[in-house]
Design a protein around this ligand. Sequence first.
Ligand code: PGA
Length: 243
Amino acid sequence: MKVFIFDTKEALFDNLANKYVERIKQQPNINLGLATGGTPVPLYEKLIEDHKTNKTSWKEVKTFNLDEYIGLPEGHEQSYRTFMNNVLFDHIDINKDNTHIPNGNAKDLAMEAFNYDKLLEKNQIDIQLLGIGTNAHIGFNEPGSKFDSNTIVVDLAEETREANVRFFDSMDEVPTTAITMGIGSILKAKKIILVATGSSKAEAIKNTIEGPISTSVPASILQAHDDVEIYLDKEAARLLENK
Ligand code: PGA
């Protein structure tokens, strides 16, 4: 694992956005694994800015999102499909047919999960972007998840629902289930970049990087992948002993 600690969020996302732009230029048909949540939004803003000013093209890029809520009506403001359209896809020249997100409204969710893994097998992810939950979940793989799991339907932990209630009007509206790339699916990416900002992530980050590999800390399995970069601001890094 390589760990990069930045004094400010601004410096972190400048650096990360430059890295993405360079990779897209080197490999215009790159397969990018993308993440939702608040953390990656500044990265997406910078990539949109770059597309507008420098005309970096996303025409051949394919994207694969980690997860989707189950049960939100199509077009719901907080479905991850709508979210990704709003924060990135609608502002760049990507072909929407090349943007993949599990369908949380599929009639047969087990089949949807199976087909999503088939899609990932055909399109190995070059760089998988990850945020991290306060309980160290990756995707929606909550503590206790198996490290070799494929894409699956999961129950959301109460801690996750509480962390995400800020995007909804009330707790009742926060879905209780989701479909997520499994940890096994995530680990197949060639490279993984995990980003964490803010003090609330400090404990999860410490356990992920300096703790033992344990299913109670899902992100700790990243220690076993041979190309992982972790981007942190000072606050998220504050509990690390070895900086
Ligand atoms: P956040 O979510 O970026 O909104 O903090 C991260 C996650 O739950 O993986």
